[in-house]
Design a protein around this ligand. Sequence first.
Ligand SMILES: Nc1ncnc2c1ncn2[C@@H]1O[C@H](COP(=O)(O)OP(=O)(O)OP(=O)(O)O)[C@@H](O)[C@H]1O
Length: 233
Amino acid sequence: MTDTIARIWDMNLHLKSGGSALHILKSITFAINPGEVISVVGPSGSGKTSLLMVLGGLEKASGGIVSIGGTDLAGLNEDQLADMRRQNIGILFQNFHLIPSMTALENVALALEIAFDDLPVAEIRARAKLALAEVGLAGRETHRPSALSGGEQQRVGLARAIVTRPKLLLADEPTGNLDQETAALAIDLLFSLAQRTEMAVLLITHDNGLAMRAHRRMRMDRGELRELEAAVL
Ligand SMILES: Nc1ncnc2c1ncn2[C@@H]1O[C@H](COP(=O)(O)OP(=O)(O)OP(=O)(O)O)[C@@H](O)[C@H]1O
């Protein structure tokens, strides 16, 4: 299929720890299609974040193929990798990682400025404003993170992650710091954005209820990833 967003084929990750090399990710093969939300569950230390780091081009696979939007990451130099990441991949963290001294609008605009350095300022502002509106934060543009609730801060994080219109959103425990109700709203938003924009989402979570809502469910165990049937979880 030509429009597959990510293709991972026999991908391995070895990392050095002390004197020895650890086999962190073991022969991982799967593909991610547009609009799909895929959840990944698994015990602590099993390799979920490592998988996200490799897909996001933040960690280099030791072997195999990782192709995003038809581009094999192994063939890119550091600058090309950074451009590919900024333009095609959004990352949503558990701890929001907003810049405290910047307003909501500035936090979102910054991601766009970094990804596309030739965009006119007016367009950057307009697109950042639209992204904030898409996550339900119209009218809160000038608020700094400290003036926003946890759920609102996470929505700024989401606006920042989607403002570049990424093909793939990587989310690592995005609701881990939110209460259940706020988390459910944030996830509803994530699903509707994925559906509307055809963005694919890889969602790492410890929350089985949340994982069950994904279109496809996967489980990581000691570096091995397998797809689950609905009844197995
Ligand atoms: N930079 C590194 N160097 C060496 N080992 C590492 C490095 N980063 C992670 N690891 C090891 O890789 C394994 C997988 O870690 P990872 O963070 O991917 O697990 P995880 O499933 O995301 O865990 P958690 O659910 O606790 O976040 C762990 O044993 C960890 O200690």
